[in-house]
Write a protein that binds this ligand. Sequence first.
Ligand code: PGA
Length: 248
Amino acid sequence: MRKPIIAGNWKMNKTISEAEQLIDEIKNEKLNESVEAVLCVPYLSLAKAKEMTRDTNINIGAQNMHWEESGAFTGEVSPTMLKEVQVDYVIIGHSERRQYFNETDETVNKKVLSAINHGLAPIICVGETLEQREENIHITLVAEQIKAAFSNVSNEDATKTVVAYEPIWAIGTGKTASSEQAEEMCALIRSTIKALYGKETAESIRIQYGGSVKPGNVSELMSMENIDGALVGGASLKSSDFVKLINY
Ligand code: PGA
């Protein structure tokens, strides 16, 4: 049985004081303990977020990292820095990183390997653009993104990852993929992982759907066989919505 995992991706939102307030609101609510809740907050709020959630079931994630431990990489944050503040997860290869910050399948793979080596669980993001879906290349493309992300990742390490399928056309647009479309792609991801690592590993990895997930559509998405969670942007910035998602 895969434990459902719902992660809020705050993106570049919330100052430290705003983050404190939002976390306070979330942790004062009753959260379903059979769902894993993760907050992926901006770097500056990670230490505070971790401190505030220490006695709760909420885990904390970063939204990106460099693959090197240290060095002349101005403006970057390393896995050792994340580890020191006891971050649990790190989002790798979000489409906004790929689109605006030139991340490629190759850098995504480096980051995945580095995160695992440093004891951080990567949330690996894959997904197609609208044009790619219209050209009907989305299936091949997402399968290739998965193969590239898992390149040189051992079978045992693969089980430590979470995968997020996020069709770019559904992110922040209010346009959710239908639960059938989301399920089709999450099933494809699982079968791609099965071809790489076998059935047991494929069955153990949690696959999230992301893209305009809201309290109103979460239950239907979560009822799909291959959807084990959600990566949520907009609806994770309001405590009442995020709590509804966790308690879907
Ligand atoms: P959204 O973002 O929920 O606002 O569509 C999802 C994401 O980018 O992870």
